[in-house]
Structures are given as C-alpha cells and as structure tokens.
Design a protein around this ligand. Structure first.
Ligand SMILES: NC(=O)C1=CN([C@@H]2O[C@H](COP(=O)(O)OP(=O)(O)OC[C@H]3O[C@@H](n4cnc5c(N)ncnc54)[C@H](OP(=O)(O)O)[C@@H]3O)[C@@H](O)[C@H]2O)C=CC1
Ligand SMILES: O=C(O)CCCC(=O)O
Length: 484
C-alpha cells in the first residue's frame, strides 16, 4: 500500500474549473511492476473535454489581463508547492509508471524547473517597434496570448511533459485543458491539486482523464475554441492529430518520436563515451524519445567500446522502482515489453550478436533485462525503429562521412549525440547532423533553459528556453497613422 505524507494528493476525479468532478464511470490504473490495480479513475470522454474547454475559455480573458508579475507569482507558488511535495509526487509516479524512485524524484524536480523558468519568462515577453515606410506612421509589434490550449501528453514522463507545456502557456496568459495518458493520470491530477493550493484561478489549468484518447483527442483538436494544440507522443499519432487540427487551422506543437544516433569516434574519450551511452540509453528503462537508439562506433574502437559497455550494462539491476539498488524498472506494459523483445529476436535471427544474457519474456511480467547487441546493420528493424526499451544496438562505421550518413538516414530528427575530442570535427559533425538537438561529449541534454524539439518527422516547435513561451503567443502588428 502506498504511504504518502499527504494522502490528499492521490486524486482520481477530473479537475475542471478548480472543482473535482465525477461522472461515475471509471477506468483502472495499473502498477507496471506487478500489474495490480492502483486506482480507479474517472473515465472522462468528449462531454468533459467540452466542459473543460468552456471553463478555460471563460477564464482566459481574465487570466490574460493579470499583470505578468501576478501570473509569475502564481506560477512561482505552484513551483514551490511541487517542490514541497516532491517526495509524494515521486511515489505516485513510481506507482503508476514504474520508473525508479530516484528517477521519479529527478523528473518531479525537472518538471518543477519548467514552472520556475516560465514564472521568470512571464516577465520577459516583449514586442518591438520597427522603422516605417513613411514619417506619418508608426509600427509597433505586440505579443498576445494565443487563447485556450489543448494538450495531450504521454506516460513516459507523466509530470514534466505537462509542466513543460502548461507553464509557458500559463505564463503567456493562456488557459488550458490537459489530457494525460490513461496509463498515468495520477501524476497529472496531483499537479492539479497543487495548482489549486497555489491559488491558480479557476478555469486556468484543467485536467481531463479518460481511457478513450481518440474521442478526447477529437474534441481537443477540432474544437473552435481551442486556439493551440500541443502534443508529445508517437509520430504516428502526432500525424493524425496534426491532420485533425487542420480543420480549424490551429497553431500546433508536436514533440514526436526519435531515433537518436550516438556516435563514438576513434578520438573519443572511451570511458566518457561509455558513461554517456549508459545514461542516454538506459534512463527510464530506455523509454525516452531522446534516448540513444543506435550506437555508431568507429571500427578501430568497436570491440573495446563493446566490452566496456557490456560490463556496465550487465551490472544494471532490474527490479521494482521502490528498491534503492534498482536501475531498470518495468516497461510500461506487457505489449511494450514484447515489442522490444521482438526487435531483439529479429536482429539476432539476422546476424546480430547479443553481448548480454539471453532472455525469455515471462508472460506475467513487464520487466526486460537491459541488452546490448553488436554486429547490427542499418537494415535491421532494431536500427530503424524507435526501440523505446533498454536495448542498445551497436553499428560499426569506418569514416566520419559514413557515420554522418548513417546517422541522418532516418525519418526522425530529434536528438543526436557524438563523442570526439577534435574541435574541428565537433563543429563539422554537429552542423552536418539533421537533428534538432545535438549532445557533444554529453549523453543527457534536457533542461528548461534549452530549446527542446525536433526536425523532420520528430516534430514542430520547441519547448523550454525563451522559444517555449513564443509557442503560446501571437504576434500582432499595429500600424498607427496620422502622426504628422
Ligand atoms: N515522443 C515521445 O516522447 C513518445 C514516443 N512514443 C513512441 O510511441 C510508441 C507507442 O507508445 P504510445 O503510448 O502508444 O504512444 P502514443 O502516441 O499512442 O500515446 C501518446 C499519447 O497520445 C494519446 N493518444 C493515443 N492515440 C490517440 C489518438 N488517436 N488521439 C488522441 N490521443 C491519442 C495517448 O493516450 P492513451 O495512452 O491513453 O491512449 C497518450 O496520451 C512508443 O513505443 C514510442 O516509440 C510514446 C510515448 C512518448
Ligand atoms: O521522451 C520524451 O518525450 C521526453 C524526453 C524527456 C526529456 O529528456 O525531457
């Protein structure tokens, strides 16, 4: 049984207009570590999404009229609430998502930092004045909140993917309706409780929870009162939602799948590269869109790198997220685990070599032993698809250009990483990689100060940094005539 210091953070109803509402229908939330039901949560559908949009619309003009400092103070109060309750929030996350309690605590703090960052950025929204074509006019450019925002977020980062969207939206003067993944609604609802305690006015931050993502998504993407839609999840679903948004020409942000190359050049510091690969690949059991998905290693150091990394991977302990020595928690569900195992099995049948222990999935368990494979080739599904599990395929390359070509040979363009101590190569390769983010001698690059996002089929727009708030602002041009 989960013991929280503050049990009232465990909410199971939807949060609309600062009220906890129930429609008497529920769905079950499971603990991926043992498949036990941990909560029965209100099963919202289109009607509740419409209701929440109505509340957000009602609140938006008043929220936008608050001064930037008033919005900033309220966001800062929310940030403080989250930090104060970080241990309970982390426990809720481990319960419903499975990640280790250490990683869950890290995510809560990471997510809170977006609220803190955008509490500050709220005060720095600025327009400009521009030169005019004639002296009797003046041109001013002002920034205004776009309006009501609809958001859909995934289960892999149940708290920070919400704050990374909600904080800049609210800082800009927008109100929102957040629909978290049905696997992980509890973290979202706990954030709502803390927003309430922080004094965020009614209708500004609404959370609807339900199993029917398609129906809820239809409303969020097609409703004429939603001006902006922001999504994090798979590329396949992102494409559908983008199409749906076309019906009302919404402004859209998409943070979609990745297939990150992690290149180790022959001049790399090998131990640093091993540590970077381990952190990048295996955090959150490999269920991260910016995870290293393909390890590209120069032929001259291929075997040495494989040996060092395999030794570390074998030491990663798989287990329940509550245990202090667990490094790899369960995968989100059985189907996800089987999908990862299938990719590994296919690669081995095509000639890849497993450097870690072979495993047979247990039909009642979602755990998967971290794996490392060598002799993987670019035509294998393991190298082409987003693995989303604790499995690293190693591909050999002979030259810098070949590494770049292999790295770019994907429809994804989210994150890429490479290790080299040659400054010229660092610039050349960073510029040549067709990805939105590049880690150079660094395996974990996410933080609120940096613009997170992808190119190609990995998405549209940026989250974090000053860019993140721009996604929730419209530019208005004012032309004032009759000056002379
Ligand atoms: N970029 C990223 O961060 C993520 C990438 N992925 C990739 O996607 C794969 C599949 O994961 P999965 O969880 O199925 O990802 P999805 O893209 O299916 O899910 C992400 C979010 O979208 C919702 N959703 C799913 N289908 C629809 C729809 N038709 N309309 C509206 N919302 C929808 C989900 O809700 P619900 O779960 O309740 O159906 C969830 O909230 C992963 O293995 C990984 O490769 C997954 C998650 C995050
Ligand atoms: O996987 C994701 O969708 C988010 C990546 C987490 C992060 O590094 O911010």
């Amino acid at each position: 049984m989960l013991k929280l210091d503050d049990p009232s953070l465990m909410k199971t109803q939807s949060f609309i207009n600062n009220e906890w509402l129930s429609n008497k229908q529920t769905f079950s939330v499971f603990n991926p570590a043992d498949n036990n039901v941990v909560a029965e949560v209100n099963n919202d559908s289109s009607a509740e999404v419409e209701q929440a949009i109505g509340a957000a619309k009602q609140a938006q003009k008043t929220w936008a009229k608050k001064t930037a400092i008033e919005r900033s103070d309220l966001l800062m109060a929310w940030y403080q609430q989250v930090i104060e309750h970080k241990d309970d929030l982390a426990k809720i996350m481990t319960l419903e998502q499975g990640k280790t309690i250490k990683e869950a605590t890290g995510e809560i703090i990471y997510g809170a930092k977006f609220i803190q960052w955008y509490a500050e950025e709220a005060k720095r929204v600025a327009g400009e004045t521009l030169p005019t074509p004639s002296n009797d006019r003046r041109i001013a450019v002002i920034k205004q909140p776009i309006g009501v925002v609809g958001m859909i977020t995934p289960w892999n980062f149940p708290s920070s993917m919400i704050t990374r969207k909600a904080a800049p939206a609210m800082a800009a003067g927008c109100t929102l309706v957040s629909r978290p993944a049905s696997e992980t609604p509890l973290s979202a609802l706990a954030l709502a409780e803390l927003a309430l305690r922080a004094g965020i006015p009614k209708g500004v931050f609404n959370v609807v929870v339900g199993k029917d993502s398609k129906a809820m998504g239809e409303v969020l993407t097609r409703h004429p009162d939603v001006a902006k839609f922001s999504f994090t999840g798979s590329t396949a679903v992102g494409k559908k939602l983008l199409e749906q948004c076309a019906s009302t020409v919404k402004k859209v942000s998409l943070e979609l799948g990745g297939n990150a190359p992690f290149i180790v050049f022959d001049d790399a510091d090998l131990d640093d590269a091993v540590a970077g690969a381990l952190a990048s690949k295996y955090r959150n059991s490999g269920q991260t869109c910016v995870c290293a998905n393909r390890l590209l290693v120069h032929a001259s150091i291929y075997d040495a790198f494989a040996e060092k990394l395999a030794k570390k991977v074998k030491q990663l302990k798989v287990g329940n997220g509550w245990d202090d020595d667990t490094a790899i928690g369960p995968m989100i569900n059985h189907q996800a685990m089987l999908g990862v195992h299938q990719l590994v099995t296919d690669a081995i049948s095509q000639g890849a070599e497993l450097l870690t222990e072979a495993q047979t999935p247990n039909e009642h368990s979602n755990f998967y032993q971290p794996a490392l494979l060598k002799n993987v080739t670019t035509d294998m599904s393991l190298a082409k698809e987003e693995i989303f599990g604790p499995v690293a395929p190693m591909i050999k390359f002979e030259s810098e250009q070949q590494a770049i070509d292999i790295a770019n040979d994907t429809r994804y363009g989210l994150a890429a990483y490479f290790y080299s101590r040659d400054i010229g190569r660092c610039y050349r390769v960073a510029e040549a990689l067709e990805f939105g983010m590049v880690g150079i001698n660094e395996g974990v690059i996410s933080n609120p100060m940096a613009p997170f996002g992808g190119v190609k089929e990995s998405g549209i727009g940026r989250e974090g940094a000053h860019d993140g708030i721009e996604e929730y602002l419209e530019t208005k041009y004012l032309c004032l005539g009759g000056i002379e």
